[in-house]
Design a protein around this ligand. Structure first.
Ligand SMILES: Cc1ncc(COP(=O)(O)O)c(C=O)c1O
Length: 364
């Protein structure tokens, strides 16, 4: 049995350090916004070379609070990709704003910067590029369009902790970077967790206020906020894992290279890495016309695979009901039909990769 992600292998390797970190929190009993949350914020900000970071309850809230801190409100339009997890656009709708979907590039699965400008209206206030599967979105033209039209840029880095675009970490290029620490993410905790990073002091202060019931001074509330604090135990675990993130991402890249070599076949389109980008392979996602047959063959051999994502967001029932999209976004629709993600985690062995690739190739 080969799962998509095997978290047990990583825990076994880090068990002593993680158990000690958790035990220390239990003994100190400072469970809410304790020292580990503050230290993790400093360490994640330093990793990115930015001044500010704010831990929140999950990646969805990271996006929601970032949008609010950027002033997004009811009736605003926010441009994003339809080929992503629902959370990216869900938070826009939660604020009464309207997600406007722009089609993607078939090679990187990320928003196509050339198609953004035609979707801008006087109501457009922000762009949310997603660094999907760990590959950076093409930020330079996105930032140029945003500057021209005075739009905020909120980077969805949920799948891309540690990735780089032209030598800059993803999350540091736009106004705000939003991370998820969901257990299976490249940097994952043992429950839910998230973080917002920014160079903008006002945005950072706003997010910290919103995550704590709209309060900066205890029992004084200036805005309608949320209970969305990063948990102290999760922060302690994340501080251990952060020390290894570059090593983990390097192992993912080397696994991806092994997959590409083993899967060399004209019927398979392997994931590509754009020039100047450093991919962190949150997912290893191929495209193939017969992806359902491949998935069935893998299941027979007890090997997991997954379709991220089978329905692009402009076709999701929830958004069709809310916004009546009658658009066609052909590249996203094609990718939804052809993508298949194969098991990917740092501890995956060369032998397992070879076995998976043999099963995939046996379907042609
Ligand atoms: C692209 C993307 N955005 C946002 C999220 C939301 O993160 P969370 O599950 O931590 O709320 C996720 C992950 O689940 C994601 O993959």
């Amino acid at each position: 049995m080969i799962p998509m992600v095997d978290l047990k292998r990583q825990y076994a390797a880090l068990k002593m350090e993680i158990d000690a970190a958790v035990s220390d929190v239990l003994e100190k009993t400072q469970f809410i916004l304790g020292p580990n949350v503050g230290k993790l914020e400093e360490e994640v900000a330093a990793y990115h070379g930015l001044a500010y970071a704010a831990g929140v309850a999950n990646g969805t809230d990271a996006l929601l609070l970032a949008l609010r801190a950027c002033g997004i409100k009811s009736g605003d339009e926010v441009i994003t990709t339809p080929f992503t997890f629902i959370a990216t656009a869900e938070v826009v709708a939660q604020l009464g704003a309207i997600p406007v979907f722009v089609d993607i590039c078939p090679d990187t699965f990320n928003i196509n910067p050339d198609l953004i400008e035609e979707k801008i209206t006087p109501r457009t206030k922000a762009i949310i590029p997603v660094h999907l599967f760990g590959h950076p979105a093409d930020m330079e033209p996105i930032m140029q369009t945003a500057a021209k039209h005075n739009l905020k840029v909120i980077e969805d880095c949920a799948q891309a902790f540690g990735a780089r675009y032209q030598n800059r970490r993803t999350g540091t290029i736009g106004d705000v970077g939003c991370f998820s620490f969901f257990p299976s993410k490249n940097l994952g905790c043992y429950g839910d967790g998230g973080m917002v990073i920014t160079k903008d002091e006002t945005i950072a202060r706003q997010v910290k206020m919103l995550r704590n019931h709209g309060s900066q001074v205890r029992y004084h509330h200036s805005e309608v906020g949320y209970n969305s604090r990063l948990d102290e135990i999760q922060a302690a675990i994340l501080r251990v894992k952060l020390k290894y993130i570059d090593q983990f991402n390097e192992a993912r890249r080397s696994n991806a290279a092994a997959y590409c070599a083993a899967l060399d076949n004209k019927n398979i389109i392997p994931p590509s890495t754009a020039q100047g980008s450093e991919h962190v392979f949150h997912q290893f996602t191929i495209r193939a016309q017969n992806r359902d047959a491949i998935a069935r063959a893998l299941t027979e051999k007890e090997i997991a695979s997954a379709v991220y994502y089978p329905v692009p967001l402009h076709q999701q029932e929830v958004f069709v009901k809310l916004f009546d999209y009658s658009i066609s976004l052909p590249v996203s629709e094609m990718c939804a039909r052809e993508v298949l993600s194969l098991p990917m985690f740092p501890e995956l062995s060369g032998k397992e990769i070879q076995l998976i690739a043999d099963v995939v190739r046996s379907t042609f």
